[in-house]
Write a new protein. Structure first.
Length: 334
């Protein structure tokens, strides 16, 4: 077990976070495998030496990248797979993967979302549906925006696996002059925390548009921290410190940063946009939209008091008015 190595790393996803992670991994690894959905995107990437759609100023040594447009092929060619697609698409991707093809592979989840309609975190899906053992499943998260990673701004990641030795070894792949990577065993807690913080960032964006002020937003996010702590304690018994950067730090950066898609979605909703109008305006996936429904459905089982998450769900799915909803919410916060 102590001799385990991550081997050839394959990245499944082509968005901004996938591009940022590819940049970090290539600081340590001589070659990577990288999946893109369309062959034309790969052709443009090879020609321009940058992702033609995301983080377009980031240059790559494309002769060190083996590109794939077929899921079974990249799975077969990789020892460690990093999943970095929007959560609505990951089930379709995994359904193209035969269970036996994952034997001996390590799968690292970098998606900050739940599998829609199934209402399960990706690690649970990999274990229960794909038949993978826990010690071959990990998650990587942290208060990191892809745009800042591309600018070599200092960024802190946390990589979790039930087998901490494997997490330690794999974490070295994500160490660089501008990235630090610590380890944890709280796979499920980190996955669910990543979903929740996107929901709370939507709430922060709504507050911004409603001009509720910095004082209230500070109260909102401090209550969101307590709400996250309650929920994670209920669904996962792993010991954690909610003030660690992978929980509180990720919540804060997603709630306050101008790079936050979820905050942007909330800002548009607060201005009176419908969900459909806001999504069309953004042209990017805000995971909190899907996360709000997933947490709402998941919480039917756990029945944790989640007033902020409930308010966001009402805005997104019950078409409640932002001003009235947040006035009611303000009476429930402390």
């Amino acid at each position: 077990m102590s001799n385990w190595e991550p081997g050839r790393i394959g990245i499944i996803g082509s968005g901004s976070w996938a591009t940022a992670l590819a940049k970090v991994v290539m600081e340590q690894e001589e070659r990577i495998n990288w999946y893109f959905r369309f062959g034309e995107t790969v052709r443009q990437f090879r020609k321009s030496r940058h992702n033609p759609t995301y983080l377009t100023t980031q240059q790559f040594e494309t002769d060190r990248i083996d590109f794939f447009t077929d899921i079974p092929s990249i799975v077969e060619a990789s020892d460690t797979l990093i999943l970095v697609t929007p959560s609505p698409y990951i089930k379709g991707i995994l359904e193209k993967t035969k269970k036996d093809s994952l034997q001996g592979k390590f799968v690292l989840n970098a998606i900050k979302g739940i599998i829609p309609d199934d209402y399960v975190v990706i690690s649970d899906y990999l274990r229960d549906v794909m038949g993978m053992p826990d010690d071959q499943i990990g998650v990587i998260s942290g208060p990191t925006h892809a745009e800042e990673v591309a600018l070599n701004r200092l960024s802190y990641l946390t990589l979790a696996c039930s087998n901490v030795q494997r997490a330690e070894r794999l974490s070295k792949v994500f160490q660089s002059d501008y990235t630090f990577c610590k380890v944890s065993s709280d796979v499920r807690g980190i996955e669910l925390g990543s979903v929740l913080k996107n929901i709370y960032a939507i709430a922060a964006g709504v507050c911004q548009s409603l001009r509720m002020g910095d004082n209230f937003q500070a109260v909102l996010l401090s209550n969101a921290t307590k709400e996250m702590s309650r929920f994670l304690a209920r669904v996962s018994s792993v010991e954690r410190n909610i003030n660690d950067s992978v929980y509180l730090g990720d919540l804060l950066v997603t709630g306050y940063s101008r790079y936050s898609r979820n905050r942007t979605l909330g800002t548009l909703i607060g201005k009176g946009y419908s969900v459909m109008q806001a999504q069309a305006e953004m042209e990017m996936t805000a995971e909190g939209y899907y996360g709000a429904k997933c947490i709402h459905e998941l919480n039917k089982k756990y029945r944790v008091d989640l007033p902020i998450a409930d308010a966001v769900y009402d805005l997104l799915y019950n078409k409640e008015k932002a001003k009235e909803t947040f006035k009611e919410l303000s009476l429930k916060l402390t």
